[in-house]
Write a protein that binds this ligand. Structure first.
Ligand code: ATP
Length: 207
């Protein structure tokens, strides 16, 4: 079956990615969440978990056979080469699962959502990138309220994510999510029409 037109949706923590994908889902658009898949491929018993244990040591797995996420996060936090090794294990598995789900899509286009898309844009073979953007101040306010966490914790995550200007520079479309949810929904409604048109024409347009 013909592959659907693929829109990668990305943005920093608390920018509004989930609020945006929820709206696309309400409009009937299939949404594939790369973050959820990256958790699924390291579930107990999955081959990627075994590969992680072989690379980082058996102690990354707890007595129940599950990944010790916090332990692994600490191992890779300040070690770019360890991070690359981990990505080399996980990304192909995520890519395969995304491809499998794409092959099942029966809609003219679909959304592939990930906070990391820009680091692996070509790997995911996307046609277009939509960035959901909000100021750092709003990201911190919204994410700390949602997660009931300290503002400094959210700031640390922002600093570890893609640089905001780089992210914006690679966008084909940008939604500035700095107003209320009805404004966000309105912007998504417009893009939905645009993506349907592009997908129906079968042409990748850039504006
Ligand atoms: P993460 O990367 O942490 O998963 P996210 O980008 O998916 O975050 P959301 O969870 O969609 O962000 O939004 C963060 C919080 O801000 C949520 O509680 C959401 O309801 C709220 N929010 C998002 N957009 C708006 C808006 N326009 N107005 C008010 N609240 C908003």
């Amino acid at each position: 079956m013909k592959r659907p037109y693929c829109v990668g949706l990305t943005g920093g923590i608390g920018s509004g990615k989930t609020s945006a994908t929820d709206r696309f889902s309400e409009l009937g658009v299939p949404v594939i969440d790369a973050d959820t898949i990256s958790h699924e491929v390291v579930q107990a018993g999955q081959p990627a978990l075994q590969a992680i244990a072989e690379c980082f040591g058996a102690e990354v797995i707890n007595a129940d056979g599950h990944l010790r996420r916090e332990y692994l996060r600490k191992l890779i936090f300040d070690d770019p080469s360890a991070r690359l090794k981990l990505e080399a294990i996980i990304h192909p598995q995520v890519f395969n699962e995304i491809s499998r789900r794409l092959s099942l899509v029966k809609f003219p286009y679909c959304i592939v959502c990930s906070p990391l898309l820009l680091k692996s844009k070509s790997a995911y073979d996307l046609d277009r990138i939509l960035v959901i953007d909000a100021s750092e101040k709003l990201q911190i306010e919204r994410a700390s309220r949602r997660d009931n966490s300290e503002e400094c914790e959210i700031k640390k995550i922002i600093d570890s994510q893609s640089n905001r200007q780089d992210r914006l520079a690679s966008a084909d479309d940008i939604i500035i999510n700095d107003k209320d949810l009805s404004f966000l929904h309105e912007q998504i409604g417009k893009l939905h029409e645009k993506y349907l048109n592009i997908a129906k024409k079968g042409v990748a347009q850039c504006s």
